[in-house]
Design a protein around this ligand. Structure first.
Ligand SMILES: [Fe+2]
Length: 388
């Protein structure tokens, strides 16, 4: 799958990345660098209830912090964003510091829009609608997976309408991402594994995407190497700061790669089982990845040989037409080692629900970037069945 001979691409990642243990405690410097004076922390309830992380960040911000908005929940909603923005406006905030996983980060991306533009969040759904930079936003991730700290995408659910809204705009890319391994120390092993596999899928899907390009490929390849080397370590010992740090770097690399090159079939299928049966996003990706690799194998053999090498496999002697099978097996072995469920049936998806998910997946935006054209729900169903 060579690059197009008339290769044309834009790679865009203006987010400043700060890495290191305890760097989150220097967040005030980043607020000052952005010339801001009133920061609002955006975080989720569980983090406030179960950890001292939001309080630590508040303390680190000192007088620059005007409050903590902690109503974010999993699958954050439009109503939460609108409510957070209303509070932010009342407090006169000029900067947001999101602390959490993808949901908290995406909520802050939505709030950044409303604080700047006013109106209702629903009015800004879509792609490249905004015309100017939004409210400054610093991200402190507490999981290593979504990559949302460096992506131009936010996914926010409209609970009233029962659908997820997609916001894709260069103007919502966060200004700063602070990758502090200490912030992910308390993430339980199962979530560490599942979110880490989300990053693995971002990297692999960026590499086989129709919009693949060499800059994103380089980042994705290194992300795969790091995940293979450090994810199991982070799962087995959450206090292993080297592994935690390298996983944060991997998630950011993979996030930036897919923010530019896009994702494909794995994400389209994962979004649908997530929406319909609430399967955790990273877990759904992890289960679906081998079946999707097998589906794409006949057009991606050379890419999959590169991925196998990054996974540490000696590819000498593996024919290009067997690379798909080999990489799918290797991923299966890896996720077993991580202790993750292997089948959709083990993740609460009933067999009779697959048909509905197949139809849903066909309308998912990610599917259009899949290297192999797929427009028949029966074909999608076959991939689901393999993973069931
Ligand atoms: Fe993802």
């Amino acid at each position: 799958m060579p690059y197009d001979t008339n290769l044309n691409f834009i790679f865009w990642c203006p987010t400043k990345v700060v890495f290191g243990e305890n760097t989150a405690l220097d967040v005030a410097i980043e607020v000052e660098n952005l010339k801001c004076k009133k920061a609002l922390i955006v975080t989720d309830r569980d983090l406030v209830k179960n950890t001292d992380i939001p309080e630590k960040i508040k303390k680190a911000l000192g007088n620059l912090c005007v409050g903590i908005f902690s109503d974010v929940e999993a699958d954050s909603g439009v109503h939460i964003v609108n409510q957070g923005a209303k509070i932010g406006k009342e407090l006169g905030v000029d900067c947001l510091v999101s602390v959490g996983g993808g949901s908290a980060i995406d909520t802050a991306k939505g709030m950044a829009i409303i604080l700047k533009e006013g109106g209702k969040l629903q009015d800004y759904a879509g792609f490249q609608i905004l015309t100017r930079p939004q409210t400054p936003h610093i991200v402190i991730p507490t999981t290593a997976g979504t990559g949302s700290e460096v992506t131009y995408i936010a996914v926010i659910k409209d609970h009233q309408e029962g659908r997820k809204l997609l916001f894709g705009d260069y103007n919502i890319l966060p200004n700063v991402a602070i990758l502090d391994p200490k912030m992910t120390e308390g993430l339980p092993p199962k979530l560490t594994a599942a979110t880490g596999m989300d990053a693995m899928c971002h990297a692999i899907e960026a590499m086989h995407s129709l919009q693949r390009e060499p800059v994103a490929d380089g980042m994705a390849l290194h992300a795969i190497r790091l995940i293979k080397e450090f994810l199991l370590r982070a799962v087995q010992n959450g206090k292993d700061m080297t592994a935690r740090g390298q996983m944060l770097i991997a998630a950011t690399l993979a996030g930036s790669a897919f923010s530019n090159a896009q994702v494909g079939l794995v994400h389209a299928l994962a979004h649908s089982v997530g929406a319909r049966f609430k399967v955790h996003h990273g877990l759904a990706n992890s289960i679906l990845l081998p079946a999707c690799l097998r589906y794409n194998a006949d057009v991606c053999g050379d890419v999959y040989l590169n991925i196998l090498s990054a996974l540490g496999v000696n590819v000498k002697g593996i024919p290009v037409d067997q690379a798909g099978e080999a990489v799918a097996d290797e991923i299966g072995k890896f996720t077993k080692e991580l202790g993750l469920p292997q089948r959709l049936r083990d993740a609460g998806v009933p067999e009779e629900g697959l048909k509905e998910c197949s139809e849903l997946a066909l309308s998912d935006g990610a599917i259009v970037y899949n290297p192999k054209f797929i427009s028949d729900s029966e074909e999608v169903l076959k991939v689901y069945q393999q993973a069931w």
